[in-house]
Design a protein around this ligand. Structure first.
Ligand SMILES: Nc1ncnc2c1ncn2[C@@H]1O[C@H](COP(=O)(O)OP(=O)(O)O)[C@@H](O)[C@H]1O
Ligand SMILES: [Mg+2]
Length: 274
């Protein structure tokens, strides 16, 4: 039986009206993404990458076309179901870290779980576990403004993982970072994809990063102009296509890679190219 894509987009178009002017942000985009893939949406500024990401997150509806997440049509979801989709299936990371300055890093990480039926103690424990995973264990009492940009982005990544989402959407996550911090954030995203087989979509206009993706979706003027597979990348897509993701609550804890696993991860650029 054919495997259900984690994301299936068919003939997706999005138009915006700016006064009297019509902006065609996306035009007839179709794609399928499978569980565990590391995908890059690549293209120049204004080509529609962020619009596509926000639509996958269910933040805005298509003008025409459809978005299916594991076979479920976002257009058929109620407002509440869409909010649930964003809260539990999607983890988002942005160029601006969007952390809350009046909360410490643990509270920031745990924030998306506020509305989940999980005790405060478990929420905090989970946040602490993720803090370790992103290599920030010793900073748990800091507030975001006491951290560097790279450190803040690690916290934002931990926050994106806290509800154990199927898909991580990272929109130019290294755009505000110096090259060393950018490299660290990239390693972390790659490691999350490899170790926990999470589906990661990296949005970028930086050509340096496309080498890490299983597949690159090239965009231009709202269109998907080319899809390219990186044959040298051996990840979930090329090798193990079985999903670790299970439905139901029992999967909450066991899919998070444990801290020890990530600490041992001496992942390097050379390794990515093997
Ligand atoms: N809310 C909006 N209203 C009007 N135009 C928009 C809106 N969001 C995006 N656009 C336009 O859609 C196009 C694609 O934007 P965007 O998806 O942000 O591109 P990218 O992320 O690739 O830089 C651009 O021309 C942008 O100006
Ligand atoms: Mg953008």
């Amino acid at each position: 039986m054919a495997k259900t894509p984690v994301i299936k987009i068919s003939n997706l178009s999005k138009k915006f009206m700016l006064g009297d002017i019509e902006v065609q942000a996306l035009e007839s985009v179709s794609l399928e993404i499978y569980s565990g893939e590391f995908i890059c949406f690549f293209g120049p500024s204004g080509c529609g990458k962020s619009t596509l990401m926000s639509m996958i997150a269910g933040l805005q509806p298509p003008s025409t076309g459809s978005i299916m997440i594991r076979g479920e049509d976002l257009a058929k979801m109620s407002t509440n179901q869409l909010a649930e989709h964003r809260r539990t299936k999607i983890g988002m990371v942005f160029q601006a870290f969007n952390l809350i300055q009046t909360m410490n890093v643990l509270e920031n990480i745990a924030l998306p779980l506020t509305f989940a039926r999980i005790s405060k103690m478990r929420r905090m424990k989970r946040a602490e576990n993720l803090l370790e995973i992103v290599g920030m264990g010793k900073y748990k009492d800091r507030t975001p403004n006491q951290l560097s940009g790279g450190q803040q982005q690690r916290i934002a990544i931990a926050r994106s993982l806290v509800a154990n989402p199927w898909i991580i959407l990272a929109d130019e996550p290294t755009g505000n970072l110096d090259s060393k911090s950018a490299n660290d954030v990239m390693k972390l995203l790659i490691s999350l994809n490899r170790k926990s087989k999470r589906t990661v979509i990296l949005i970028t206009h930086n050509p340096e990063y496309i080498q890490y993706a299983d597949r690159i979706f090239w965009m231009q003027d709202g269109k998907m102009i080319k899809v390219e597979a990186n044959s040298h990348v051996h990840t979930a897509y090329a090798g193990d296509k079985t999903s670790k993701h299970k439905k139901g609550e029992e999967s909450q804890e066991d899919e998070v890679p444990d801290a020890a696993e990530v600490k041992e991860d001496n992942f390097s650029v050379e390794e990515a190219n093997k």
